[in-house]
Design a protein around this ligand. Structure first.
Ligand code: GTR
Length: 431
């Protein structure tokens, strides 16, 4: 045997190893946009309890199955929000009745979390229509780059927290400056919202938890650590949980503001904040309407379809969003004990609206629609019409049942078209 011959088995093993790792790597990283390659999947049953009982009434749903499902999402997906209560003080730092040429009142409210003056704070920007005969219904929405980006109003305070750099928005050194005022106006048609009689409460999501993986040392998580704890446990909240928790605290403030009808508050979120809005709606039933805009994987889209973004991809790219237990489903969606239709069902009997965008294949529009369809049996228990029996509608053909849905032309974004539908939808239920 010459030298090469003696090494042949080892060389072949190497080749086989490289082949296997490369092909499984390709399998895991290649994004599937082909409907024929969606694996066959069996969704966990919505209406069979863990003891195997069939749920046939709204009462049984509320007493048994809803609790089980909520618990599974807490333990396996988003992580539990803490039970511990911390002191929260709301301070109104500015009010002007002259905003939007006198059409709206602008208020800025600081929520002080905990007792340390240097502790984390959430800054609420609230616009309320002046022309009204009663307390206004409201939308709660979080923004990605600071309150000052949502409207061109020089009176809005600049974001104080860490912000993502973005050269298009003139944000460098992770710090908000005057240069990014109004850069996100297209996502927040405030004039139209006010004209239609709604208030808008807006918060920069990074006030709750800056959106990068720092092991949960900044933001609100440390306020809740037990003695000696340095990060959330494997079943405790990640960043999405913290953003959703913050949405609930905005509602706490709105309940104290006599200009707002806190029984008519819709929580709306786009993309990662859409995931948070759904989780806020599931955990806090005071939200009367819940709206998901292009929320995709870990939001409205069914994970088991593995179309566009997958659980494995999202957990790798954003390890701080979900709880650590969620990692076990990376590339093993088939063993998930819940899928996102169950998250939508947690809103019942409240109205929930899911919106997709045609070019946003990463967020799997069809998977978002199907989650609404498969959540519908729970609405049926309340005798409410949702999406059961519906086929996916065409572009710009909204469905406005108690579960609503639309798909619009264009890319991953929030547009005036989306907002108009949200106001139409919400208006059906808020009278
Ligand atoms: C993407 C992420 C999506 C979505 C989006 C966003 O990078 O993969 O899940 O959340 O960000 O928030 O805009």
């Amino acid at each position: 045997m010459n030298k090469v011959q003696s090494k042949l088995p080892a060389i072949m093993l190497c080749f086989i190893f490289v082949f296997i790792t490369r092909s499984s790597f390709a399998q895991q990283t290649e994004t599937n946009y082909d409907e024929s390659k969606v694996p066959t999947y069996t969704l966990p049953s919505l209406l069979i309890s863990q003891k195997g009982l069939e749920i046939t009434s709204a009462k049984e749903w509320e007493h048994t199955r809803r609790k089980e499902i909520l618990h599974l999402f807490e333990e396996q997906v988003y992580g539990k929000m803490p039970n511990k209560k911390i002191p929260i003080r709301f301070e109104i730092t500015g009010t002007s009745a002259k905003a939007l040429n006198g059409k709206a009142t602008r208020k800025e409210i600081t929520a002080h979390f905990g007792t340390n003056v240097n502790g984390p704070k959430m800054y609420i920007l609230l616009y309320i229509p002046n022309e009204r005969t009663k307390p206004a219904p409201a939308f709660v929405g979080f923004n990605f780059y600071g309150n000052h980006t949502i409207w061109n109003d020089p009176e809005i305070s600049l974001a104080r927290s860490w912000v993502s750099n973005n050269s298009n928005f003139n944000i460098n050194e992770n710090k908000a400056t005057e240069a990014s005022r109004g850069v996100r106006t297209s996502r927040w048609p405030l004039d139209k919202i006010i004209e239609r009689g709604y208030a808008l409460a807006n918060v920069y999501y990074g006030d709750l938890d800056p959106d990068f993986d720092d092991g949960f040392q900044n933001g609100i998580h440390p306020l809740f650590y037990q003695k000696g704890q340095t990060k959330p446990a494997a079943n405790e909240w990640g960043a999405i949980g913290a953003w959703a928790w913050g949405m609930g605290r905005v509602l706490d403030y709105l309940e104290q503001d006599k200009d707002i009808n806190a029984k008519q508050v819709a929580v709306m979120g786009h993309s990662r904040i859409g995931k948070a809005a759904l989780w806020a709606g599931a955990t806090d039933t005071r939200f009367a309407v819940v709206i998901s805009n292009n929320s995709g994987c870990g939001g409205a889209a069914l994970s088991m379809r593995r179309y566009g973004e997958t659980v494995g991809v999202i957990n790798k790219a954003f390890p701080h969003w979900f709880c650590d237990h969620f990692n076990q489903y990376s590339n093993h969606e088939n063993i998930l004990p819940v899928d996102q239709h169950m998250l939508i069902a947690l809103m019942a009997p409240r109205p929930v609206y899911i919106a997709s965008a045609e070019e946003d294949r990463w967020a799997d529009p069809k998977g978002e629609f199907l989650a609404g369809v498969y959540a519908s049996p729970v609405y049926k228990l309340y005798n409410l019409k949702a999406l059961e029996g519906y086929d996916m509608p065409g572009i710009h053909q909204p469905i406005m049942n108690t579960i609503g849905y639309h798909i619009r032309a264009g890319k991953h974004d929030v547009t005036t078209y989306d907002w108009e539908r949200y106001m139409d939808f919400t208006g059906k239920f808020f009278r």
